[in-house]
Each structure stands twice: as C-alpha cells, then as structure tokens.
Ligand binder design. Structure first.
Ligand code: AFP
Length: 337
C-alpha cells in the first residue's frame, strides 16, 4: 500500500515550530487556521446554492463594496480563532479595528492578521480565490494588547501562508523553515503533504500585472513591462502574461513555475493598492523562504516599519532574478536597451 502523505498536524509534530507560551501552541493555532480553510472550501464549493453570491450592500474600511463571501469568510476566521484562545488579537482586511481576545489567566502569545478572501472580484464568476494569514508574537503577553502592538515588521512574522481555493484547495505555509504545500482531501477531511520544501525557480517566463493601469505607472515600471514583451530568445522573452485578479493564485503559480507579479505604485498613488500587514508581508515571507524576493521596487517588503494597520505598499514579488531586474528598471536603471 502506498505511503500515506503526512497531514499538517503530523508534519508539525515532526517539525515543531518554535512556540511561545507552551509547546505546541503555534501548532494548535496553525491547526485552527486549517479548520477555517476547510470550512471556507466547503462553503465556496456550493456558494451559488447557498445564496452567498453578490453584495452585502456595505462598504469596508478600504472603501470597497463588501461581497457576501468576504463577510462569511471574515466571520469564519474570527469565530474559529476567537474560540481557540491562543490568538490575543485578530486583524482583518474586512475590519477597521482589530478584535482582541482575552482568555482570563491564559495569556495569548500570538496575533493573527489576515485577508479572509483574496480576489473578491472573482467570487461571483467562479474564478480562483484565496485567504492569506500572518502570525506575529505578542511581545509582552502579561500586558493587554493595543492597536499598535499589531504594527510589526515582516521580519517579525513567526509563520505565514495562504489557502488557494482552485481546482483543489491547498494550504501553503512557512514557519521560517522552508515552504510546504498541503492539498485538502475532502473525503478524508485532511490536508496532506503534496509539495514539500518548495523551491522557486530563480527566473521565470510569466508576468502577472493589471496592464489596464499602464498609463498610471512611472516611466521605469512601463519600461520594465515593455522589456518583457521584447522578442529576445536569449532571455526567454517575450514572457507570457497571466493575471487572475487573485494575488494568491498568481503567486502560487510563480512559486512553482517562476516569474513575477507586480502591483506597482502609480504616479498619483505611489503606495499602490495592496495592504502591507495581511497581503504583502505574509506573501513575502512565503516567497523569500522559497528562494524568491519581494520588494516595493526600492525596499525589501519585510524590512518596512508599519505605520498603520491598513497601510498599502507597492508589491513586486517573485523569482529573485526577475525581481532584481524589475528593481533596476524601477530605480530608473535600464538593464536591457
Ligand atoms: P480584492 O480581494 O479586494 O479583490 O483584491 C484582490 C487583490 O488584492 C489581489 O488579490 C489582486 O491581485 C489585485 O487586488 C487585483 O486588483 P485589480 O482588480 O486592481 O487588478
């Protein structure tokens, strides 16, 4: 009989992440996050039958119209992680303020920041969706948590990852010891190790960007994207354009096949669109752990000192050589005439 792949819990038992506030607590938190993913996978699969498509009629802190599935996903994260008691604070793309969780006599060592449903423009058209999470430590568990405690640099993340809701549901995460991918077997109800120790190719042949914003970009960014379309066999150009509207789906492709994703700054919006604490930071930790890079065009994402919970940053992420080349253009330097 074929060897049964490890489940997430078995994998974490065999490779215990450094835990705070008692052995196994980070494993318990990751397992609780796993339950969120299973619940979302179940509901997303039949969303059209649950009257869960369309809008709620509300607007979130980002000024975006809230989809019913955004709200459902956010509530699922909060309900499951509040119950667990190891997370002292929960911050989400869908919530203006964090939720603080107090468990009397049981200091909660972790804080979880998440994008409950990434790719909302895909919800009603059955296209790929994701969820993104970042786990950071409560620096002083004896003290009550405040809003500013969540403003931690990406290098302080203890773990980060995402769910990809595609043809299959995957959980991909890192605890700082490489990146591992698990596929959910809905018949068994377990995530099973399908992609151990993912290594990102140093260079790819694919780029992912919303070219509809081309006219809004600074000169360096335009020149870089133009350079990818040049006929140049030596450097594998032209690259193919692959943009799904879902950061998780696009970065997952790059993690396995190489290439680059960009949501760059714009002339009138230099901070770009994506959020630092629950989109850019966790995806940057995953990609760096797989050998790739993540930058604003000038600065390593994980070194940014956060100032606001819903702060936005330009994101250029992917294969190390591709990101370095993009940076050269964005710094105005031209690598290729
Ligand atoms: P939503 O989750 O708000 O739809 O945003 C998705 C996202 O953050 C990222 O997943 C996409 O790559 C990008 O924004 C899509 O943005 P555009 O629609 O402006 O291209």
């Amino acid at each position: 009989m074929a060897q049964q792949p490890l489940t997430v819990e078995q994998f974490l038992m065999a490779n215990p992440p450094a835990s705070l506030g008692g052995a196994g607590s980070l494993t318990a938190l990751l397992s609780a996050i796993g339950l969120v993913g299973k619940t979302l996978a179940r509901d997303l699969r039949i969303a059209g039958l649950l009257n869960m498509l369309g809008m709620t009629g509300e607007t979130n802190v980002q000024g975006e119209s809230v989809k019913k599935l955004d709200q459902m996903a956010n509530e699922t994260f909060v309900q499951v992680l509040q119950r667990d008691g190891v997370a002292g604070a929960l911050a989400s793309e869908e919530m203006e303020k964090p939720v603080f969780v107090t468990s009397p006599g049981r200091p909660a060592p972790y804080m979880v920041l998440f994008d409950p449903l990434d790719g909302s423009s895909n919800t009603d058209v059955n296209m790929p969706l994701g969820s993104i999470f970042s786990i950071v430590a409560h620096q002083n568990p004896a003290q009550p948590l405040g809003d500013n405690d969540l403003l931690r640099k990406g290098t302080h993340q203890l773990a980060a990852g995402y769910f990809l809701f595609g043809p299959s549901t995957m959980l991909v995460f890192t605890t700082g010891k490489g990146v591992h991918g698990f596929t959910l077997d809905p018949n068994v109800g377990e995530y099973q190790l399908s992609h151990p120790t993912i290594k990102m190719p140093a260079r790819g042949k694919v780029y992912a960007v919303n070219e509809g914003n081309y006219e809004k970009w600074p000169e360096g960014t335009r020149r870089y994207i133009d350079s990818l379309k040049k006929l140049d066999k030596a450097t594998g150009r032209p690259y193919s354009s692959r943009y799904s509207g879902c950061l998780v789906a696009d970065v997952h492709r790059l993690l396995l096949a190489g290439g680059i994703y960009l949501y760059p700054g714009e002339i009138n919006k230099p901070e770009g669109k994506l959020r630092l604490l629950y989109e850019a930071n966790p995806m940057a930790m995953v990609v760096e752990q797989a050998g790739g890079s993540a930058t604003t065009g000038d600065m390593r994402i994980l070194d940014i000192e956060p100032k606001k919970l819903h702060q936005r940053v330009p994101l250029i992420i992917g294969s190390a050589e591709d990101v370095r080349e993009a940076e050269r253009y964005m710094e105005g330097q031209t690598a290729l005439a």
